[in-house]
Design a protein. Structure first.
Length: 443
């Protein structure tokens, strides 16, 4: 009989807590980094001030889930029978515990999701009361917020509980919410874009397979969904969506408040909305070229003309990575196998060959390689999901997996309320003035 996931997690937490306690007690004043004025004004980029053991963004290897690269993660997690991709349930087990699950472990998580998956009717009533032209991310985040009335954490906190047990109701909220997200996401899609023809959930199917079923899209879209949710699940704690989730939860707001806020951050064009922006740009490129397949030289000229006009090539570059995003590579491999002749993929593939050398020649980009957004919208479009605005909902379902795992551990280790200190512009100018005076004296 495989160990219950919650019991397994409790063992992990009890073993981990002394490590955090020792670091705070014995090494709390140890310096990690120096902060510059540029970092202070420039969005706190690269300031080392967050902790997560769920994932790490390696500049050379890309995102590591509990130490495993994306290829290692896909290879080691149990696969869905009849499919190429792993169970999403298995990834959640890995994120939460740090252990690679067995097939039996995955079945235990899948069963937990099944018994918690029913969405209360009032959530659908709220969605139906919203104007039909409401953005799907607004609908999705609102549905999550509506579910806050179900929060186990909020109820138990109000009843009074030991802070060392906060992780327990956060765990319950996480599994309750994650189990419902595929149905909520698919419901928004079918209601808005498919004439309100809702497809009921099939409890016999796995997380990704059931989502594809409720979307009304045939195989291999079930594998597309599994891959998409896995690739987008977590990305350290510093990106907007993950950091927002941590920040809101640090006030002891329950998981529903935190995930809804996470989705609001994800909805920005500089974050989760980027995949639809890339696809829209590619479609524009195709139109300008008369929908014919260009030669590499024609594409190269187009890229140079775009850069010289002061525009950027969307989907290329990354704040941390210094090579092709492994999430892009995983989706490219899928396309090469399943949709090699897709006209949009043909353009994406040619951009993959042409853009990096041009950006290197231009000399401005630290990382000229494609990121995950350069590829993800292409697959969705091919399998019939042609509504750009919905793409970020897909991102949100995946990202909720990683952020939920993080928030459970935040409460388990007692991470504090986030409260950085602000300075005025005048204070920064005074620091700069003193620094300039020292430099002048040195000369």
């Amino acid at each position: 009989m495989p160990q219950n996931l919650k019991e397994k997690l409790k063992e992990k937490i009890q073993a981990w807590r002394p490590r955090t306690t020792k670091l705070l007690k014995e090494f709390g004043n140890t310096k990690l980094d120096e902060v510059t004025i540029e970092q202070c004004i420039g969005g706190m980029r690269d300031i080392k001030c967050l902790v997560t053991d769920i994932s790490y963004l390696d500049p050379q290897e890309g995102i590591r889930f509990r130490g495993f690269t994306i290829p290692e993660t896909i290879e080691r997690l149990p696969k869905v029978p009849g499919g190429e991709m792993p169970y999403v349930e298995g990834l959640f087990y890995l994120l939460l515990t740090g252990d690679v699950p067995t097939a039996e472990d995955v079945n235990v998580v899948a069963e937990e999701f099944r018994k918690r998956s029913s969405v209360p009717k009032y959530v659908f009533d709220v969605l139906r009361a919203m104007p039909k032209d409401t953005h799907p991310m607004t609908m999705f985040a609102t549905a999550v917020l509506c579910l806050q009335r179900e929060s186990v954490f909020a109820r138990r906190y109000n009843e009074g509980m030991n802070k060392m047990d906060y992780w327990d109701p956060m765990y319950e909220d996480a599994l309750d919410l994650l189990a419902k997200l595929p149905e909520i996401g698919a419901y928004v899609y079918r209601m808005k874009y498919k004439n309100d023809k809702i497809i009921p959930s099939d409890p016999k199917l796995d997380f990704g397979g059931n989502f594809a079923h409720m979307m009304g899209i045939d195989k291999p879209y079930d594998d597309v969904s599994r891959l998409y949710f896995i690739l987008h699940s977590d990305h350290e704690s510093g990106n907007v969506s993950a950091h927002t989730g941590h920040l809101v939860a640090s006030a002891l707001s329950d998981l529903y408040y935190s995930i809804s806020a996470m989705l609001d951050g994800l909805a920005g064009p500089l974050h989760g909305l980027a995949n639809q922006e890339v696809l829209r740009w590619i479609m524009g490129v195709m139109q300008k070229m008369g929908n014919k397949t260009p030669t590499k030289e024609e594409m190269r000229k187009f890229v140079w003309d775009t850069l010289k006009s002061g525009q950027v090539i969307p989907g290329f570059g990354h704040a941390v990575l210094r090579k092709t995003d492994p999430r892009y590579a995983a989706q490219r491999d899928f396309c090469l196998k399943h949709i090699p002749d897709d006209p949009i993929f043909t353009y994406v593939s040619m951009l993959y060959e042409v853009v990096p050398p041009v950006l290197l020649e231009q000399g401005k980009a630290k990382n000229p390689w494609p990121n995950v957004d350069a590829q993800s919208g292409v697959i969705q479009w091919h399998y019939g999901v042609k509504e750009y605005d919905f793409y970020t909902v897909l991102f949100g379902i995946g990202r909720a997996l990683g952020v939920s795992a993080n928030l459970i551990w935040d409460r388990a280790l007692g991470y504090a309320l986030e409260r950085p200190k602000s300075l005025t512009t005048a204070m920064l100018e005074e620091v700069a003035k003193k620094a300039g005076a020292k430099t002048t004296v040195g000369v």
